[in-house]
Design a protein around this ligand. Structure first.
Ligand code: SF4
Ligand code: SF4
Length: 141
């Protein structure tokens, strides 16, 4: 390569933005219909469980705290979710949606892969029930 061509390349490189993405300093914009983490709106949930029944991987679990008061806790296993969007399509009340920007899911431990949606009080009740059930199962084993 001649010195002139090399200088041309250097000047060209200095004048133009890099072709590569600057992630993680700049997060790439995802497509409008990109499917990342699931979001649940407890305000409109009736507890019909259609989403739970239709999920092909068993990633959803609904705990009823008080049916009359429409108090539910939705358990969402991110490690089981295949981001198919079936639960979103199945919900008759549009309570579920796939977010488009929560896709950085790598983790060194398992905690971030089990999400509970609901109020803090209801989540505490659901966790206490689940722990009671686990204890009973262990005692019966
Ligand atoms: S997106 Fe698919 S796999 Fe994930 S929770 Fe919904 S139905 Fe289940
Ligand atoms: S399908 Fe919708 S309304 Fe029914 S339990 Fe799931 S989130 Fe709630």
């Amino acid at each position: 390569m001649s010195l002139a061509a090399m200088l041309g390349d250097i000047i060209n490189g200095l004048l133009h933005k890099p072709a590569t993405q600057l992630y993680p300093f700049e997060r790439p914009k995802t497509a409008e219909r990109f499917r990342s983490l699931l979001a649940w709106d407890g305000e409109c949930c009736t507890g019909c469980r259609l989403c739970v029944k239709d999920c092909p991987t068993g990633a959803l679990e609904l705990t009823t705290i008080d049916q009359k008061a429409k108090r539910f806790v939705m358990g969402y296993r991110v490690d089981l979710c295949i981001f198919c969007g079936q639960c979103v399509a199945s919900c008759p009340f549009d309570c579920l949606k796939m977010t488009t920007n929560q896709w950085e899911l790598a983790s060194l431990n398992r905690e971030p892969f089990t999400n509970l949606f609901g109020t803090e009080e209801d989540k505490a009740i659901a966790l206490a029930r689940s722990s009671e059930e686990n204890t009973k199962e262990t005692d019966n084993a």
